[in-house]
Design a protein around this ligand. Sequence first.
Ligand SMILES: C[S@@+](CC[C@H](N)C(=O)[O-])C[C@H]1O[C@@H](n2cnc3c(N)ncnc32)[C@H](O)[C@@H]1O
Length: 204
Amino acid sequence: MSAPVFVSRDPLDSAFWSERFEQQFMPWDRAGVPQHLQQFVARFVAAADTPLATLIPGCGLGHEVAFLADAGWEVCAIDFSAVAVAQARAGLGCWAERVVEADFFTFVPPFRAQLIYERAFLCALPRSMWPQVIERYAALLPAGGLLAGFFFFDANPKGPPFGADPAQLAALLAPHFERIDDQVVTDSVAAFAGRERWQVWQRR
Ligand SMILES: C[S@@+](CC[C@H](N)C(=O)[O-])C[C@H]1O[C@@H](n2cnc3c(N)ncnc32)[C@H](O)[C@@H]1O
């Protein structure tokens, strides 16, 4: 099989991502729901806690959408790649409408999000964009709201994925968030293996 050829080199351009979805080149795709998210939701169910209205930015194929919606969680997932949205919707059956084509930096969710689920979105964007991403996370969440998901740590200057330095990421998040959980991930895809952690950050 010949190697895929891509025209777009700018991950800030939706065409970059659409090309990759079109060519089925998605080394980040988990093709399922990561264990830590499953455990996070299971703890809510076990405690009979109210489900969290959840926003998923840069959802890609959005495997988590059906999982959360089936569990009774309100969920809205967005992606600015029309191809990603079409492919996600095609795979989501009755939950297809939960995926919306939109840009994270301008999108206004249809509800006040209590949880932002992060997976391979922050690391999809150059580090220079991270302050803007984190400001947007903070603006979208009320005090006590949660930013939970997978954070990629790596020193390679090239990306995507763009890895974080743990101290630098913590410094960026600390003005708005307090970290309340931090765990090793054992079911990563190869692209992230050994270099991602499950973290939960609470909005101050
Ligand atoms: C590496 S993929 C991760 C997809 C998915 N979160 C996953 O875990 O499989 C990054 C995704 O973010 C989307 N994306 C990048 N910038 C975006 C933006 N400004 N607004 C919405 N989606 C964006 C891309 O189109 C792409 O689908």
